[in-house]
Design a protein around this ligand. Sequence first.
Ligand SMILES: [Fe+2]
Length: 282
Amino acid sequence: MHQEKLDLARGVGLRREHFTHLLEHDPGDVAWFEIISENFFEPGGRPWAVLEKLRAERPVVMHGVAMGVGNATGISRDYLARLAALIERVEPAWISDHLCWGGFGGHYAHDLLPLPYTEEAVRHVAAQVRLAQDVLGRRMLLENVSSYVGFEISAMSEVEFVCAVAAEADCGLLLDINNVYVSAHNHGFDAGAYVDAIPAARIGQIHLAGHSDQGDYLFDSHDGPVIDAVWALYRRVIERVGAVPTLIEWDEHIPSYERLAGEARAAGELSRSACEARDAAA
Ligand SMILES: [Fe+2]
């Protein structure tokens, strides 16, 4: 493993557009790779050939999109069994999924839907996360999602909800700073105060991404570069908590591998500079 020599900030999401490149080339100075767990539930084929090659060269982490920790009917035991089998095979450095719901009664929205921010939802979600962590035998990170609507019955802010779930489940957090920025704009809260409120010890990974401006709302589209305001929030987090494994997400208009690696390098440089500022202020 090269991780100790490479910057934690330089993670890249594995996308099929880069399979050929990665089968034929060294991954360069990318420190680790994130896979979408559900894309690897069926073993075999080209995706697994790439994954097996990368596993031998770099740490791999597993990011899920379908656990549904907020589903009213609870997490599917069949899903957990499949995830456990994948964990055994991949041996990821860590695993994550989203703080959301996405299905009810066997119907799935294929979307990361926001939850009402209530004590009842905190207790329900935390119990589901504890169950998942018990079954999987490891701690997981929960990611804050972007949202476009809220619930009138919410009794606390989003960041209070995120922190309450993490504390009651005793899980880590994958802080998606672009999601904070998008939701802050859409709901009119202070993104800086949100990231400041997340306990440093809970932040296990950071996501950065691009979004699109739809006029009267921002959309979490992952189809463009990270904007300066999101980079500024990232620096603010790193100056407070120190270096955190970081990944820039792309899901549309995916650039070349070289460009992704270059963006990861830029995140690494910003992280190093923020850590130096932190040390100087200490
Ligand atoms: Fe994300």
